[in-house]
Ligand binder design. Structure first.
Ligand code: HEC
Length: 318
């Protein structure tokens, strides 16, 4: 098995660090941004829902008592809280795309208030669970992503049944306008519909995707620059000096060739290593010169002296 070199090891380490930080950084950032976009949409939706409730309250408390004193036979939908709130929000939606407020019902008085399949599902969930006070989430509608906030409309006042129980009890002018079948038969304490408010989050979500893309690109650039800088300096400081050292050491150990150049540049540690190898080569050269001299003729003190650096043993005492 081949042991990977410094370059390949560094490349592998950098690449794994890059991939881990890319996935963790980009993924974490994306979740954070999404969460922030949703929380902002929820805060906006709550303010709008409060406005809708205020319009309903104003209609019930300020408009209805005044207009209900009109002669019988007249009916003004302006006195209906649901009508007032929905009409005001239709005007808002004309200026702010995808901001909508509806009061859909399973059995509506006005045909426009018939619940869509999605709204039917919300209302059924409120009907099934009495403790459920609010539902929210994000859904796709055509090209838009909508944050929706829904609350149940429960008949809590006997007054509501004046118009929503039987056609006989309701003002004749209202029955004449809406017909005798729609919006009747509602029971006290029954969830008949829901307030459903939507706030668009398409742009916010696109914005977070863009930011995440920029972050990913930035990370990639930083890593590319770090890799290039590291690869270049590793090459000059470590890889090439090490290769030269390896060549010189191999030449010296295999063929006794002591003239291979030793690197003069590189990291401090490598320079120290080069100097040590240089000393080793000098010693090796001396040892080899001595060996050759010994092979050429018998030992003599003069020859020994020709190999400096070797300790000359003291003459044995007579
Ligand atoms: C004076 C008669 C009257 C009273 C009282 C009344 N409503 Fe209505 N309600 C109507 C009419 C008419 C509509 C249809 C308005 C429109 O054209 O959008 C309506 C619409 C609604 C809607 C929208 C769904 C639909 O049926 O079109 C809801 C929900 C609703 N009313 C709930 C209530 C509640 C709750 C109360 C009591 C707090 C109440 N209403 C009191 C006449 C009345």
């Amino acid at each position: 098995m081949q042991v990977p070199g410094v370059r390949r090891t560094v490349r592998r380490i950098l690449l794994s660090v890059f991939l881990v930080s890319l996935v963790a950084g980009v993924g974490g950032f994306y979740l954070l941004l999404q969460d922030r976009a949703l929380r902002q949409a929820a805060a906006e939706a709550r303010i709008l829902l409060t406005s809708a409730l205020a319009i309903r309250g104003y209609t019930a408390e300020n408009i209805f008592p005044k207009l209900s004193r009109l002669p019988a036979g007249e009916f003004h939908e302006e006195t209906v809280p649901s009508f007032a709130a929905q009409t005001v929000f239709r005007t808002v939606a004309r200026s702010y795309h995808a901001y909508t407020y509806r009061e859909p019902a399973l059995n509506p008085t006005a045909p426009a208030d018939r619940a869509t399949p999605f709204e039917v599902e919300l209302i059924q969930r409120f009907r099934a669970d009495r403790g459920l006070e609010e539902l929210s989430g994000v859904r796709a509608a055509e090209a838009d992503r909508l944050f929706y906030l829904a609350r149940p409309i429960r008949i809590t006042k006997e007054g509501c049944l004046a118009c929503h129980s039987t056609p006989e009890r309701a003002p004749p002018a209202m029955v004449a306008r809406y017909g005798p079948t729609a919006g009747f038969g509602w029971q006290l304490d029954e969830v008949v519909g829901a307030q459903v408010l939507t706030v668009p989050v398409t742009e916010a979500m696109k914005g977070s995707l863009e930011l995440v893309g920029i972050l990913g690109l930035g990370l990639a650039l930083v890593f590319a620059a770090a890799y290039l800088a590291l690869a270049l300096s590793l090459d000059g400081m470590v890889v090439r000096p090490l290769q030269a050292l390896a060549r010189a050491a191999a030449a010296a150990s295999h063929g006794g060739d002591l003239r291979q150049p030793l690197p003069r540049a590189g990291a401090g540690e490598l320079r120290a290593l080069a100097e040590a190898i240089e000393r080793l080569r000098t010693s090796l050269g001396k040892a080899m010169a001595e060996l050759r001299a010994e092979e050429a003729g018998p030992r003599s003190p003069a020859r020994r002296a020709a190999a400096p650096g070797q300790p000359i043993p003291a003459e044995p005492a007579e």
